[in-house]
Structures are given as structure tokens and as C-alpha cells.
Design a binder for this molecule. Sequence first.
Ligand code: SF4
Length: 242
Amino acid sequence: MSEPTRTPLLDVPAEARHRVALLRDVPTGELLIHEIYLSVQGESTFAGLPCAFVRTSVCSQRCTYCDTPHAFTQGTRMARADVLAKALAFGCPLVEITGGEPLLQPDVFTLMTELCDAGRTVLLETGGAHDVGAVDPRVHVIMDLKCPDSGESHRNHWANLAKLKPTDQIKFVIASRADWDWTASAIREHRLDERFACLVSCVFGRVQPVELVGWLLDSGLHRVRMQLQMHKYIWEPTTRGV
Ligand code: SF4
């Protein structure tokens, strides 16, 4: 796997560059890391499995429902080799890179390749605003398509749909009936449910799971999977490091 040819920070539009300023001083070979921990995977077809998480700092987006705003401004610079060693030390076959937005940091691409080379099943959670083209093809990409009520749907990088693999997954987080209507239209227009695993979940406290199940069943989109934000039910909604 070659090094990515693009500098991810160049993908950030001018009006959002101040959000990623912390990353400008991170040298090659290092990452800005928010936390590394062992928990259970919560939001994908891997949900429920033990998983080692590497959460990177900083995000170029500001979703209205974000539950990791603490990752926007806090982080520790770590050598990539140390991040790799810490993630492997849990001895867990499943490793997820999440954020913040992992694809903002060039060394993330190499880290994912190194984790795959070490025999791990690697998941990447990305907000969908940045190019996934340089991600190691062995990685399972779990990509958001941001719905309008996130406030960030204008940043969806639609060209990613041509770069995802059949083993990748698309996630929609639904905050309203309007978000559901937008989701159903996007799935139909791009035949997403025939190409990828598609998952829908509700914003905790804004849409009730029973409402979303009703909309899903009424739509006839029978390949789309309903999921709950598992962490919100197991732990207190504000608990970190889970
Ligand atoms: S993309 Fe994820 S981390 Fe970034 S603001 Fe949205 S929910 Fe938060």
C-alpha cells in the first residue's frame, strides 16, 4: 500500500480550516490521539463484538448531535508506532479507527495498513466529508452520509460512493421525519441498499426507535438495517472511553 497521494487537510474547505488548526503541527510519523481503549463495537454490522478503539482528535464537521465534541480540541501527540503497539496490546482481533475524523491525519492511512498486516480486522468510521480513495482495501469503511438535520449534509463527499467496496457500510443518523425522507430518497436514487450494507439509527432523544422502525417498514426498503446507538443504552449517554 503506497502512502496517500493527497494531503487530507487540503480537503477541508476554507471556512472550516480553523477547526483543524491543531493538526498543522503534527509531524509525519505522529498522530494526534484522543483515546485508545477496549469496548464493544456499537454501530455497524460488527455491533456487539469486543473491539479495540483508536479515537483520533479533531473533526472538520460540527454535527448538531455530535457525542464526541471533547475530541475537537483535546489530544496527545503519539508516535504512530506507539499507537500501533497500544492497539495491538489488547489482543483483540477487531480494531476500529474512529474520531473526530480519522481521515484528516495522513498517518492514519499507514496505521490502518499496519493493523491489517498484523492480522487484525480493521474498521474505519468516517463522517463522509473526506476522500476514502487511499484507504487500504482490506479495511471495512463505515461511512456516514450526513442527513440535513446534522447541519453538515452539504459536506457529503458523494464521489466516495464510487470508491466504496461491497464490504463497506453506509450509516444514516436520523434526527427527524425529514431526515428519514432524505435518507430513503438517497438510498433509492443511488441504489445504496443493493451495493452496501445500509444502517439507520435515531439521534438519541430526538426520534424514538419505534418511530424509525415504522418509517423503515412503511418504506419497503427491506435491505436497510435498523440499529440502536448501543453505547447510549449500556452506559450513561455522556460516558467517555466506551
Ligand atoms: S463527523 Fe462525527 S465527530 Fe465529527 S462532528 Fe459529526 S458526529 Fe462529531
